[in-house]
Write a protein that binds this ligand. Sequence first.
Ligand SMILES: Nc1ncnc2c1ncn2[C@@H]1O[C@H](COP(=O)(O)OP(=O)(O)O)[C@@H](O)[C@H]1O
Ligand SMILES: [Mg+2]
Length: 337
Amino acid sequence: MHAALEQRCRSLLTELGLIATDNSLEFCRLTGGVASDIVRVSVDGNDICVKFALPKLRVQADWYAPVHRNAAEYAWLEVAADIAPHSAIKLLGRSAHHHGFAMEFLDDNGIYLWKNALLSNAADQGEAGHVGELIGRIQAASTDSDFDTRPFQNSADFMALRIEPYLLHAAASHGEVANELQVLAAQLHESRQVLVHGDVSPKNIFFRHNRAVVLDAECATLGDACFDIAFCLNHLVLKAIHLPGSQVRYWQNIRQLWSCYSPFIIWEAKGTVEARTCRLLPALLLARVDGKSPVDYLKPSERDTARRIALRLIKSPVSCVDELLQCIDALLEDVLP
Ligand SMILES: Nc1ncnc2c1ncn2[C@@H]1O[C@H](COP(=O)(O)OP(=O)(O)O)[C@@H](O)[C@H]1O
Ligand SMILES: [Mg+2]
């Protein structure tokens, strides 16, 4: 591992009082993320995970993001730990100076990443419902008058990390729906409704003892409730496009996530969140093909399918999840063998 990164880990762990000079340390850099340096540090055989925000993301396009987002991430994880102490990651402290923090290291013992379970077609264990419930509980708690919103005034960062690279970048290459995408972008930017995680993706969600451990909250902000749900459901739609014959399973996951999430909507009518979710999802679908952060597993023909579905639903939006799935099914029937 790079000596400078090793030194940074040492310095952060010393600052947090987690290591002493006589501890024996081993470092192993983890792969998988594009926005951070993540290291497993073994301290006398006990693992700690250290995460630092990167100023420039490891994607093909030039994409810079402020490193203070690390503070928003830590604050979101603290909220999750408060609300769901049995499932949340255990936090070990944060260094403002290093834009980094330490947390428990999740080992392999009965713990799995939701993305791996989905792509390997492992038996469904109700993961989608657990995710929907957790996000619903966190969003609902954030509407409480006692909730401390100060760490989450991050709409400028949300613009830099999500709205611009996804929606506005896709709008630039799809003039035919640019107006619709810009309207959605403006709505997301203005909303301060609930605490939004901003990256609710199966690759950021571990399961242990059948409970969701949601990580990677760098985009956390006050925003529109529909963002987290549309973002996560979109990942399931992308996987259904990628794995022909898997729709039944993914549609079931989508319905389950929505039905476990929606009872927590206490700040407005459920139907309006559902309608906004159904409007945003196709925009995010297009963004995951033609935005700055395209998903890495779609074949060219699958990208075309995703574009077709997205453009159709952006131009003629639907307002409920069932209708959305029927519409995607019909469009998939046209293209799949
Ligand atoms: N506490 C942890 N324990 C074990 N592995 C972790 C932990 N945090 C992150 N990882 C691993 O690092 C990867 C990237 O972490 P993530 O927080 O999603 O960073 P990025 O912002 O770079 O996507 C995860 O998918 C996971 O494999
Ligand atoms: Mg991640």
